[in-house]
Design a protein around this ligand. Structure first.
Ligand code: AMP
Ligand code: MG
Length: 355
């Protein structure tokens, strides 16, 4: 009998060891990706995006950390892509071009939707107020807040910026996939978090369609699925003049989204007057006919944009809000400057825990 060649044995041994390592890595990856997340147990994740904390509470058979990372990465992509003050962003390019600018499909559809909501809300929601937002200093809010350098612009500065603003100036060429801003500056601050939450929901469901929990960005929540897959999430609507944690009402949601726009989110005070970040496109000044507006809607983009619009329309144009908004799937709770609560007909349903 021929003795096996010791060199061959060594090579064989190495192949076996290598195969075992590869197999181990594959099994570990499958475990991490699909098995380690246990349904019924929630994991929490947090990151700082869009100038606010984004929180994810999720239960899934897929590793929750994998899903959360994918969501955070997507939100950071959107933040960069749509930030009007980053020179590489498409919004910066649109705002600083005098000509038609070619855009990708996603940009075209987000801007198209923002313009549609502007028309549906008679211009209360206006995605082309960038010049005014910058003039008021809300584009660099965190910086200004840290240095305390807020000033109220003069009436003529406001009139000048307002005359160069407004969604009617934005033109879309659907055939050649181009947009022209005609001097106005696009600012998607009133709709972007809603769009990011829509993407978050899609990503979570692509990983695991039966995952549940919620994603929260500042003043908005998107439900991924009922608590423990069987009961409503209990959500407090903040008292706009109370401390965080003090609520004006409680709602019970197992799907859809809830967004609140309030004058307490980003504001500064000069001579006892509060100036905040939601502007009335008709005047160029902060809207002052409401102190908070909450919208519940299936679609988080609707919840976000319509809450901003309901705030602007305020108590004076409440009849328009309560008549028209539910047609777009938006149920509204408005808090007037005197802290009166106004509700669309179906909002109360969400305040019932036993439905
Ligand atoms: P939100 O917190 O969702 O109500 O959005 C407020 C943000 O939207 C502001 O910080 C601005 O970037 C932008 N914005 C301000 N006023 C308006 C308005 N009337 N329509 C649309 N977006 C606005
Ligand atoms: Mg909004």
């Amino acid at each position: 009998m021929q003795q096996p060649d010791p060199k061959e044995i060594m090579i064989l041994n190495r192949i076996v060891v290598f195969s075992v390592i590869v197999l181990f890595i594959i099994i570990a990856a499958i475990y991490l990706l699909f098995v380690s997340g246990k349904t019924g147990q929630y994991s929490d994740f947090e990151d700082y995006i869009f100038g606010t904390y984004v929180r994810i509470r999720i239960s899934s058979k897929v590793n929750p950390s994998t899903i959360s990372k994918a969501i955070f990465n997507e939100m950071k992509r959107l933040e960069k892509k749509f930030d009007p003050y980053i020179e590489s962003s498409i919004i910066y390019k649109l705002n600083h071009s005098e000509d038609w600018v070619e855009v990708d499909d996603e940009t075209l559809s987000v801007i198209d939707l923002a313009l549609k909501i502007a028309r549906d809300t008679e211009g209360a929601f206006d995605p082309a107020l960038g010049r005014l937002i910058q003039l008021w200093g809300f584009s660099k809010f965190t910086e200004r807040e840290a240095t305390g350098t807020f000033t109220v612009p003069s009436a003529s500065e406001i009139a000048e910026a307002a005359s160069k603003s407004g969604y009617q100036k934005i033109a879309i060429d659907y055939v050649n996939k181009k947009i022209k801003t005609n001097g106005a500056w696009i600012d998607l601050g009133g709709i972007l978090k809603g769009y990011a939450l829509k993407r978050a929901y899609q990503i979570a469901k692509e990983f695991d369609k039966s995952c549940h929990g919620f994603v929260e960005t500042g003043g908005q929540i998107m439900i991924l699925g009922p608590k423990y897959n069987k009961t409503h999430w209990v959500i407090g609507v903040r008292d706009p003049r109370g401390q965080p944690g003090e609520n004006i009402t409680i709602v019970y949601l197992s799907e859809g989204s809830i967004a609140t726009s309030g004058d307490y989110e980003r504001f500064f005070i000069v001579d006892n007057v509060r100036y905040h970040h939601i502007l009335d496109p008709r005047t160029g000044y902060p809207a002052n006919k409401a102190i908070s507006a909450t919208v519940i809607a299936g679609d988080p983009v609707i919840a976000d944009a319509f809450s901003t619009a309901a705030f602007v329309l305020g108590e004076d144009r409440w009849l328009f809000t309560r008549t028209v908004f539910p047609k777009y799937g938006a149920e509204v709770l408005l808090v007037t400057p005197k802290k009166q609560l106004l509700r669309t007909d179906n909002f109360r349903i969400y305040e019932m825990s036993d439905r």
